[in-house]
Structures are given as structure tokens and as C-alpha cells.
Design a protein around this ligand. Structure first.
Ligand SMILES: *Cc1c(COP(=O)(O)O)cnc(C)c1O
Length: 365
């Protein structure tokens, strides 16, 4: 059996006529930039997330950048985030002249350690980027309280967390701003790069709308300098076709996770869905000290696995200049050596899931 980590083709084929029609309509109208499907998607996604404002943009990275621009940082302001995330999270801190400071995670969920977070805040800390890694949100109610107490701008990196919840609220409710990615492999993905920023704060919504499109108020009037960070109409059309299926796809991911929780051998540690969280399972991350051997074994059996992520950011060559030694964030460092993502995409069949469990069990016997 051959099983990819993510099967974009199976996902496309499952709703091909809807996607083809949506794309053809944009081509027929040649409404490639700021066309109607973009406006429709922004409205529908805002409704889906129960937020007031949604501004589509060109990528998840652009979304995090826009979120940090909305924070209005000054050069040298500190921004806290975790070391076990994709580099886009921290690149954007540098884009706005911020100083990157890391907070370690807790072993159970691989999400930010809230006690460490409280201790890490200094008078120079102006923003915090909480990463909803693998599709799970930490205790955002508590984090919101801490952010309020210290007047810290709260950003949610929700690139992996479409349809995730903390106590019934999706990203964008607790944070000042939440940033989404619609990269093809994400839980809601388009056919290229795409992203979006959501907020409930009117003044931030207005500012984001200016920033994403050259500071434009009208075609030829620019209230400020902005960026060309618009989401393509064609990508918005794909997302419009997919959005009505997102809840069903998320439910399938959760069913696959429940199957794995029940049937994987006890030698691997399965991900924990914390009380209060609704996990969206962008990734199903198991743990074992024998990770590298298991990954190689699964590859030989035809199953693609992944590691998200093998090198914590503070140990990346790109951040050598930060001078953070190995051992500084022990939980993130240990996780990086033990985690393994196994396929959990919605179209995964029962036979495929059973095969994956059988092979992992076989590895340990
Ligand atoms: C995917 C991702 C991003 C960046 O999104 P792109 O659309 O690839 O630019 C940012 N943060 C996290 C946590 C991600 O997983």
C-alpha cells in the first residue's frame, strides 16, 4: 500500500465539479484581482469563525506579518513565541523590527507553557504570538487575561487551526488578531499560496484592509503605505468551493484520530486533546524515542510520515545570531527528536488507517 502524508489529489477529486466551476467562473469574468469571490470568501470565512472582520491575503506568512503590523510595534519591542513552530512565525517578528524571545512548551500538548510565559514577560514585551500547533489551542482564556494584565498585543498563529476551538471559540475570539494560512496542505487549502487575518476589533479590521492593498481608500487615493498582499480571486474561488466541506473534513480528521488513539500500540505516545480544546488535527503527532527507525520502517512499508518540526527555531542556523545555546528549551528540543506525523487527511480510508496501525504495531514487535 502507498499512503501519502497528505493527499491533495483525493481531496480535489472529492469535490472536483464545484472547484472547476468556481475557477472557470473567475476566468470567464477575468476578475483576477479583488473580484467578487474574494469578498464572498471573506464574508463566509468571517461567519464561519464567528468574527467581525476577515481580510484575505497572499499567504499565511503575509497574515502573520499583517498581524504584527497591526500591533504597531516599535523597533526593539519584544515579541514572545514558541521555538517549536514554522519559521514564518518568527520571520515576521524580524520584518517589523521586533526582538524574538522564546517561551518553551509543555510536553503534554506541545503548546506554550503558560507559567513560563508569565515569567518571560518584561516591560519591553509588546506582543505575543500563540501558535495553535497541529490544530490545537492552549488555554486562551488564561492567556487573554495575562495579555490584558500586561498590556500585550495577542496574536494567534492559526495557520494549522481552522475549525479548532477553545471552550467553544475559534481563533480570533481571544486574540486581538488571528492569522490563517490557506497553503494547499493546510486543513483549508487553496491551489497555491493564500492566507487571511481575522479580528473582532473594528479599528484593526480597517487598518488590515488598508495594509493588504497599498493603503488604498479608493483606486487612486492612498491613506498610507501598505503592501501588495492581496489574496487572488482564483484562490478565493477555490476556498469558496471548499469552505462548506471544512466541518465535515474536520470531523473525519477527528474520527481518524479517535481510531488511532484506540488502536495504536502503547509503545507510542498519542497526542492529547486537552479538556476545553477541540483539536482540528492538522497533524496527528505521535512520539517515540525510536522515531527515526520507525519513520524509515514506515517509508519502506509505503507510508509517508513527517516531522513537525525536526529543528527547534532557536537551534536553526538562521538564528545563530540570537546566541541561544542548546538546552535552553528542553521540552521543545526533546519533542523535536521524538515526534512523528502520520497520515490523518480526511480521505484516508479505513483500510489505510488499519494498515498504518498494523505496520506501527509490527515495528514494535
Ligand atoms: C503554514 C504556517 C505558516 C505560514 O503559512 P504560509 O501560507 O506557508 O506562508 C505560519 N505559521 C505556521 C504555524 C504554519 O504552519
Amino acid at each position: 500500500m502507498k499512503i501519502p502524508l497528505v493527499d491533495l489529489k483525493a481531496n480535489y477529486l472529492s469535490i472536483k465539479p464545484e472547484i472547476d466551476a468556481a475557477m472557470q467562473s473567475v476566468i470567464d469574468n477575468t476578475s483576477f484581482i479583488m473580484g467578487k469571490p474574494l469578498k464572498v470568501f471573506e464574508e463566509h470565512f468571517a461567519t464561519f469563525c464567528s468574527v467581525k472582520h476577515m481580510v484575505g491575503c497572499g499567504s499565511g506568512t503575509a497574515a502573520v506579518h499583517l498581524a504584527l503590523l497591526a500591533a504597531g510595534l516599535k523597533k526593539g519591542d519584544e515579541v514572545l513565541t514558541v521555538p517549536n513552530t514554522f519559521i514564518a512565525t518568527t520571520e515576521c517578528i524580524s520584518y517589523v523590527g521586533g526582538k524574538i524571545r522564546f517561551v518553551d512548551v509543555v510536553p503534554e500538548t506541545a503548546l506554550i507553557n503558560i507559567e513560563h510565559l508569565e515569567r518571560a514577560i518584561t516591560p519591553k514585551t509588546k506582543a505575543l504570538i500563540v501558535v495553535h500547533l497541529y490544530g490545537q489551542m492552549p488555554d486562551m482564556q488564561r492567556i487573554r487575561e495575562i495579555a490584558d494584565q500586561h498590556d500585550v498585543f495577542l496574536i494567534e498563529d492559526a495557520a494549522q487551526a481552522h475549525a479548532a476551538e477553545w471552550k467553544g471559540h475559534m481563533p480570533g475570539y481571544y486574540g486581538d488578531v488571528a492569522a490563517y494560512s490557506f497553503f494547499p496542505a493546510k486543513n483549508l487549502g487553496c491551489f497555491g499560496d493564500g492566507g487571511g487575518v481575522v479580528t473582532n476589533r473594528d479599528e484593526l479590521g480597517e487598518r488590515l484592509r488598508l495594509l493588504v492593498n497599498h493603503g488604498r481608500s479608493t483606486k487612486y487615493e492612498h491613506l498610507m503605505e501598505g503592501y501588495n498582499y492581496r489574496l487572488d480571486t482564483l484562490q478565493a474561488a477555490v476556498l469558496n468551493a471548499k469552505l462548506p466541506h471544512l466541518m465535515r473534513w474536520t470531523e473525519l480528521r477527528r474520527q481518524h484520530a479517535a481510531f488511532y488513539d484506540e488502536h495504536l500500540p502503547k509503545q507510542v505516545t498519542c497526542p492529547v486533546e486537552a479538556e476545553g480544546a477541540k483539536h482540528a488535527y492538522y497533524m496527528y503527532e505521535i512520539r517515540t524515542p525510536k522515531r527515526d527507525a520507525l519513520m524509515q520502517f514506515m517509508k519502506e512499508k509505503g507510508v509517508d510520515c513527517g516531522v513537525h518540526y525536526p529543528i527547534p527555531l532557536h537551534l536553526q542556523p538562521a538564528y545563530k545570531n540570537l546566541g541561544i545555546p542548546k538546552g535552553s528549551f528542553p521540552v521543545s528540543e526533546q519533542l523535536a527528536e521524538e515526534i512523528l506525523s502520520i497520515p490523518i487527511y480526511p480521505e484516508l480510508s479505513k483500510e489505510q488507517r488499519e494498515y498504518i496501525v498494523k505496520e506501527i504495531t509490527g515495528f514494535f514487535h
